[in-house]
Design a protein around this ligand. Structure first.
Ligand code: ATP
Ligand code: MG
Length: 242
């Protein structure tokens, strides 16, 4: 079953075309890796799909609905959720309170009878390494990303976007996140993850999408895209520029 389909999604900022006519598909059960050099348009693509910064043109289809340009709140209620490259939590809230905001917002069906217990389960599920009463402003980036993930899962999404969940992780923490992504996928949640760490991508993604200068240059099975000379060139070009 097709979960998400984009048709020529384009996002322009003035004269800059950050995302250029990207068409792609996410199927039920997919863990798709979105790769590409810095500034390629990866985050902008997710922002366009999830409504944070709607597309200039093109269409987004989520299951049987045209969701192009809907607000993030609507997307969330339909079953899309995301984490952020730079998490921006409510700084004065505790971890459990932060997760509860999403639990309660996502619970418009009233299915969750005990929002505290549900939020606690989310923190346990992502193996949150601190007490639930810790205040967000006391967390480091790695801990904040884990909290952000618990928050994203609390609204029971069908499709989860993750934006560089693993940046700055130690080897041990990388193993943890691989296991957690495996658990998310097992729950039946489809995933699109922006990631630079090849070790993680190769371990968890069944398909990859590579964009460069806003344009799709490869899409397909992980091994195939990872070994595509065009993809290697995109990254090498990036290094030469640096
Ligand atoms: N709100 C905005 N206004 C203007 N330009 C923007 C805006 N957001 C992103 N851009 C530009 O769009 C391009 C794509 O940026 P984007 O953040 O999507 O890249 P990325 O692939 O996520 O990069 P990274 O790997 O560094 O996170 C960049 O040139 C960026 O400067
Ligand atoms: Mg980005």
């Amino acid at each position: 079953m097709i979960v998400l389909q984009t048709n020529e999604v384009t996002k322009k900022f003035g004269g800059l075309t950050a995302v250029n006519a990207v068409s792609m598909t996410i199927n039920q059960g997919d863990v798709v890796g979105l790769i590409g050099p810095n500034g390629a348009g990866k985050t902008t693509f997710i922002n366009a799909i999830t409504g944070l910064n709607p597309p200039t043109s093109g269409k987004v289809r989520f299951f049987d609905k045209d969701t192009t340009g809907l607000t993030p709140e609507k997307m969330c209620r339909l079953g899309m959720s995301r984490t952020f490259q730079i998490p921006s939590p409510f700084p004065k809230m505790t971890a459990i309170e932060s997760v509860m905001t999403a639990t309660i917002f996502g619970n418009d069906s009233g299915k969750i009878k005990d929002p505290v217990a549900h939020s606690r389960q989310m923190l346990e599920f992502v193996e949150f390494p601190m007490e639930e009463t810790v205040v967000a402003e006391q967390l480091n980036t790695v801990q904040l990303k884990r909290l952000d993930l618990a928050r994203a899962l609390a609204s029971n999404p069908k499709l989860l976007f993750m934006d560089e969940m693993a940046s700055g992780l130690s080897e041990g923490e990388l193993k943890d996140i691989m296991r957690i992504i495996g658990k998310i996928s097992k729950k039946g949640i489809s995933i699109l993850m922006i990631e630079h760490i090849m070790q993680l991508i190769m371990a968890v993604c069944n398909r990859l999408l590579c964009i460069q200068f806003g344009t799709k240059i490869a899409e397909g099975p992980t091994e195939e895209v990872a070994n595509d000379p065009k993809v290697a060139r995109a990254y090498l070009g990036d290094e030469e520029d640096d």
